[in-house]
Design a protein around this ligand. Structure first.
Ligand code: ADP
Ligand code: MG
Length: 291
C-alpha cells in the first residue's frame, strides 16, 4: 500500500466525517462482507421519550413517580425518558434505597417500603413475576416499534411503559446502499424480538439478533467471524464496546462514548450511518488504486 494513497483516503474520509484510525483500518474495511449494527443509539437516535404508560392497582401518577424514582439513579436512555416524563408531570420523586442496576435487564430498589422492579420481561421473570396479563397491550405497543418495559411492586406485575426512539435520518438509505455493495447487514439489540423485527422491516434489514444481553454481543460477532465472515461492528459504545473491539473493524458513533471511539478503527463523526457505506466504497477504491 502506498502511503500517499492512504493519506489521500484518510483526508477524503475526514472531509466526509469518517475518521480512520490508521492505514490498517482502511485495508481491513475493504475486506468487510458483514456489518453488524447495534440498534439503540446507532440505528436510532438513542434519545427515547415516554409515549405510553399503563398501570393496575394504583393511580397513574403514583406509579410514574415510583418507577421514575428508581430510574433517576440509572444512566440508561430508557431511564432518562421515564425520569424526564415524571418531571414534565411535575411529580415529586421518592428516594430509592438499595438501588441496583443489572446491565441489559433492568433496575431494582426499595421505594417507600415497596420493592420496585423495572426492566425487561426476562428481568421480571427472573424475579418470579408473571407478566402474562399485560401481553396483548405489550404486543400492540411493540408493533408500533416501541420499546416496552415492565414494572412490579412487591413482586406483583403492576404495569408497563413504552418509549419510542426515532430512527436516524439517512439510515434506510445507508442500509440499501450497503446491500447494493453486497454487504450483509445484521441488527444486534437487547430489545425484544418483536420491536426489533418491526424496526428491521422498516429499515430493510433482513437479519436480526434480538434479546441479546450486553455480555453476549461480542460472542455473536465472534460466531460470524468463525463462519468465515469479515465483520464490521457499528455501535455507540453503550453496552457494545467489547463487540466493537472483537470485530475486524469497529465503527464508533461520534455521538457515543469516548471508550468506543478510542478503540474503534473508524469513527463516524456525526453518527451518520451513511458513513459506513462511504467508508467501504472509499477503502475499495483506495486498494484498487494501489494494486
Ligand atoms: P440495547 O441493546 O437496545 O441498547 P440494553 O441491552 O441496554 O438494550 O437493554 C435491554 C433491555 O433491558 C431494554 O430494552 C429494557 O427492557 C431493559 N433495561 C435495561 N436497563 C433498563 C433500565 N434502566 N430501565 C428499564 N429497563 C431496562
Ligand atoms: Mg446501544
Amino acid at each position: 500500500a502506498t502511503p500517499i494513497s492512504m493519506t489521500v483516503a484518510m483526508g477524503q474520509g475526514a472531509h466526509a466525517g469518517i475518521l480512520f484510525r490508521n492505514a490498517e483500518a482502511i485495508e481491513r474495511m475493504r475486506e468487510i462482507d458483514t456489518v453488524v449494527v447495534d440498534k439503540t443509539g446507532t440505528l436510532t437516535l438513542g434519545r427515547p421519550t415516554l409515549t405510553d404508560f399503563a398501570v393496575e392497582g394504583m393511580e397513574q401518577d403514583e406509579a410514574v413517580a415510583l418507577v421514575a424514582g428508581v430510574e433517576q439513579r440509572s444512566e440508561h436512555p430508557i431511564a432518562h425518558a421515564i425520569a424526564e416524563a415524571a418531571k414534565a408531570r411535575g411529580l415529586n420523586l421518592p428516594t430509592p434505597e438499595n438501588f441496583e442496576a443489572i446491565n441489559g435487564l433492568g433496575v431494582k430498589a426499595d421505594v417507600g417500603g415497596k420493592r420496585v422492579l423495572v426492566g425487561s420481561r426476562d428481568f421480571l421473570m427472573l424475579h418470579g413475576v408473571d407478566t402474562q396479563s399485560w401481553h396483548h397491550r405489550v404486543e400492540d405497543w411493540r408493533a408500533q416499534a416501541k420499546t416496552v418495559v415492565f414494572f412490579a411492586v412487591n413482586e406483583i406485575a403492576a404495569g408497563i411503559a413504552a418509549v419510542a426512539d426515532p430512527v436516524k435520518e439517512g439510515t434506510s438509505e445507508a442500509i440499501a446502499v450497503l446491500k447494493h455493495l453486497d454487504v450483509r447487514v445484521v441488527m444486534l439489540t437487547g430489545d425484544s424480538r418483536r420491536t426489533a423485527d418491526v424496526i428491521a422491516r422498516y429499515l430493510g434489514i433482513d437479519e436480526v439478533l434480538a434479546e441479546v444481553l450486553p455480555a453476549d454481543k461480542a460472542d455473536h460477532v465472534k460466531r460470524l467471524q468463525a463462519e468465515g465472515h469479515k465483520v464490521a461492528m457499528a455501535g455507540d459504545g453503550i453496552n457494545d464496546a467489547p463487540a466493537l473491539a472483537q470485530a475486524d473493524v469497529g465503527i464508533a458513533m461520534g455521538t457515543g462514548t469516548d471508550v468506543a471511539m478510542e478503540s474503534a478503527g473508524v469513527t463516524l463523526v456525526k453518527g451518520d450511518l451513511r458513513g459506513i457505506e462511504r467508508a467501504v466504497a472509499l477503502s475499495r477504491a483506495t486498494m484498487r488504486n494501489i494494486r
